[in-house]
Design a protein around this ligand. Structure first.
Ligand code: FE2
Ligand code: FE2
Length: 199
């Protein structure tokens, strides 16, 4: 076992970020399960709210503390990956705002959560495989950065569920038609094509 790893501030900072990534991965998995069960808004809403809240807090931690330190530490050649991450954060935040501004029974709510999951998976993979590796090569001193990150994490607070007192845009219709559409998708794989298939 590498004796320096646990004492290394960079590795500890990376651990904070990867713990966030893992937490959000689990939440997305939970949401997917609820979607597959056609769970109603009262069940999907809190999970979607938690996903948005966790991602927002994580993005703040990276943008305000980790990314600026990472940008200073890595070589000019690797700056491209920091620019790339900045742009991806902007897209992620727009999608989060769309989700938080809608209702779990709105027509594209599940699709937005699914697209967010895909974006996040892609972004996290690049951070973990490219950015963190660049930093490991650069071996920056991150003691004060780690301290700031730990403080920021300890100050995180629960935010209210943004969907709680909201109604869907087309109350009544949206969820019903969506549930029917899902059912159709699930059963279509086992259905025979009409007439021609039986000839
Ligand atoms: Fe990020
Ligand atoms: Fe991240």
């Amino acid at each position: 076992m590498q004796p320096t790893k646990q004492d290394n501030a960079l590795e500890q900072a990376i651990q904070i970020l990867t713990a966030d990534h893992d937490k959000v991965r689990l939440l997305f998995r939970e949401y997917k399960k609820l979607m597959d069960l056609d769970a109603d808004a009262s069940q999907r809403g809190p999970v979607a709210a938690k996903i948005c809240q966790e991602l927002t807090a994580h993005a703040e931690l990276e943008e305000q503390i980790f990314y600026p330190a990472a940008r200073k530490a890595i070589s000019e050649d690797a700056e491209e990956c920091m620019d790339h991450a900045d742009v991806e954060h902007q897209s992620l935040k727009r999608l989060i705002a769309d989700i938080e501004g809608s209702h779990p029974d709105d027509e594209h709510f599940d699709a937005n959560v699914h697209v967010l999951q895909e974006y996040v998976a892609h972004h996290v993979e690049e951070e973990e495989n490219d950015m963190f590796e660049e930093l490991r090569h650069a071996e920056p001193k991150m003691d004060s950065v780690l301290k700031k990150m730990q403080e920021a994490v300890s100050k995180r607070t629960e935010k209210p569920n943004p969907f709680k007192d909201k109604s869907p845009k087309n109350a009544g219709d949206a969820r019903q038609s969506k549930a029917a559409a899902r059912k159709q998708v699930r059963t279509s794989g086992s259905q025979k094509k009409p007439a021609a298939a039986d000839k």
